[in-house]
Design a protein around this ligand. Sequence first.
Ligand SMILES: NC(=O)C1=CN([C@@H]2O[C@H](COP(=O)(O)OP(=O)(O)OC[C@H]3O[C@@H](n4cnc5c(N)ncnc54)[C@H](O)[C@@H]3O)[C@@H](O)[C@H]2O)[C@@H](O)CC1
Ligand SMILES: [K+]
Length: 504
Amino acid sequence: MKIFTAEQISNCDQYTIKNEPVSSVHLMERAAEACVEWISENCNHHRNFVVFCGNGNNGGDGFAIARMLYQKGFDIDVFTNTKIKFSTDAQENFRHIKEISGITIREFKEVLNYRFDSRTVIVDALFGTGLSRSLNGDVKDLVEFLNQKKNIKISIDLPSGLLADTVSDSDSVVFMADYTLSFQFWKKSFLHAETGKFAGKVEILDINLSEDFIEETETGDFVIDDEVIKSIFKIRNEFSHKGTYGKAAIIGGSYGKMGAVVLSTRAVLKAGAGLTFTVAPKCGYEILQTSDPEAMFIEGGKDYIENFDVEETAVCGIGPGLGTHEKTAKSLLNFLKSCSKPLILDADALNIIAQDPANLNLIPVKSIITPHPKEFERLFGKTENSFERTELAKNKSRELHIYIVLKDHHTQIITPEGKVFYNITGNSGLAKGGSGDILTGIITSFLAQKYSEHEAAILAVWFHGKAAEFASEKHSKESMLPSDVIKEFGNVFSELNDKVQKLL
Ligand SMILES: NC(=O)C1=CN([C@@H]2O[C@H](COP(=O)(O)OP(=O)(O)OC[C@H]3O[C@@H](n4cnc5c(N)ncnc54)[C@H](O)[C@@H]3O)[C@@H](O)[C@H]2O)[C@@H](O)CC1
Ligand SMILES: [K+]
């Protein structure tokens, strides 16, 4: 799914209005209907809603939602500011709601005397994509006041105070939503840590904006949705042999960090590679042969790796548990100098490279590197916030012609063309040592199976998150282990096969 800026979204609204054609107030009706349908389906314990409406079209949505919820039998109160001029469509919906005697309309300042029942849901329709600056004055006080309430909070389109495309000043006040019902598109600010925390759980509601506009309008930012995944995943060919699915090698491990290669190798195996090797120090021989008997062991040193050479045709994932021993570092850098095929570089491989900025140029083009924010910082330097980090990653991907998998809650895959793909699978159960080793294994496995670098990185990140979702259902986010995530790979493949299977 394409991610558009607030300006592009507004253009998309206007294009839809002109070309569908549909009146703008009717489009607002459609948006409100989508919200009301979601609320009716999902809200089983609450009958009272208090809706806060601004003066623009987001407020117009709020008035329409209030009216429709009332017609469905919910108890509704509305707060607004009648002293400021409404937009045309908000005015029209304000007029409708005034005619309903069962809905009381109050001024914002009356909120201080309002009795919030614990079962009342607060709906925020103050500002949406039209917000151009931080909240101030009365509306800022109102949002601060509402944020202190323990009630469930739903934002319409965007939490008020949040900008769609960028980070606000750190002292800005933003409505703290439990749920955000957003129209048609993911907004970039939902996907970054500093801003996404205000949106709670995001639901994207289809309001049938123009497909032609969406198709024709260029963007560099995407969300990895089902369509992206379906276009990448290939069903396993029945007329195949182990050679069809490639050779993969995990290179890593050192004394005390052998678990990382065990997990990484197991992930390669369970993600479907044809032949799997592990290059690890001798001290890991028994551990690896016992834990992952399907993989072949290649001795790369005694207590740490000194030799990175594996079969020419194997796809190499380097770094899990590798350590940064001086001799390991030296031989990794020598290996990089002589290597021209794309590699997957993670963890200590990145820490070794980060020791000297000149090493960055040794990374073979089209390689996939998988830094977490700290590793990214060591490699490329500090940034003010995660939006700037993504921009820096775009520059570096272009400059070095590599793929950067920037690991985060919404991991981003940044391509050498400067495109950014945001992942929306996964959960905080992955915030544990070992999760990254698994991801390296999956990417290595998919690349060995002849997915392109672009495809392997996107599919693997999505796949890893999906497996984590299955694992957390069984074990909880707290208790699930990276090895539980690997055990769910089979379920993820079943889901993938179901998605692309031609049904009779
Ligand atoms: N026809 C359309 O264009 C549709 C728009 N929709 C809704 O319309 C919203 C966008 O509406 P608008 O463009 O009217 O904008 P908003 O309703 O987000 O409000 C912006 C209004 O507030 C003012 N403003 C901006 N920042 C402010 C601040 N910090 N303090 C005080 N006032 C401020 C602006 O001058 C403008 O009048 C979307 O988020 C969505 O909810 C939906 O109804 C779908 C269809
Ligand atoms: K809002």
